[in-house]
Ligand binder design. Sequence first.
Ligand code: SF4
Ligand code: SF4
Length: 226
Amino acid sequence: MTEVRKMDERMKNIVDDYENKQIGLDDTFRFHCTICGKCCINREDILLNALDVYNLAKELKIGTEEVFVNYCEAYFGQYSRMVIVRLKPRGSIKRCPLLKDRKCSVHNAKPTVCALYPLGRGMGASAGEKVDFTKMEVRYFLQEIECGDDSEKHTVREWLHDFNIDEQDTFYPLWTQTITDIGSMVKQIEPHVREHVMELVFKAIMFCIYLNYTTEEPFMPQFEKT
Ligand code: SF4
Ligand code: SF4
């Protein structure tokens, strides 16, 4: 899957480069979304975490497995060997499957990467560095802005608040730790087991960390049990 490899490479570059683009919670940036919808086509990099899948299931009133089957695909990251889930683009224009009538059909439960744009976030560890993410601060960075206009000024804090993203997010560090640990485990066992065993490992990880949640109960206590 060349496209997927390119995307994993792009993700790696973003993570490697983000030190230079960091922005503090009270720093300002100029951006106004003109609702042109261009960011919802020609996209192959709308990655979801487990909370995104849960929020989509709740919003669409379906189960997490249905969200995955209807809208997503998953693969092992080329470098990270983490199990990565993304929204599966449709058609020749690689349209997001959640784009309906040129509008986001899940506006209130947008995946974090969509809600954050033009911001991104990371944990400030270099690739391969062994750290305890749960003891680290979430850091924000400003992506290259190639759309909208600059008619509005925002602080990072206001932007997060407007999109219901908790600046002291306890999920994100725990999530980063979980997928990093699982990626390390996969790297260790992969050279020693056959392909069909890896397929079973892949399915088990998928189910346990991305899908094993009911929307009838709050997310965090369920996630902390995984
Ligand atoms: S989830 Fe919504 S905002 Fe994000 S790419 Fe899809 S349609 Fe666009
Ligand atoms: S974020 Fe940018 S590309 Fe997406 S709808 Fe807004 S202006 Fe258009």
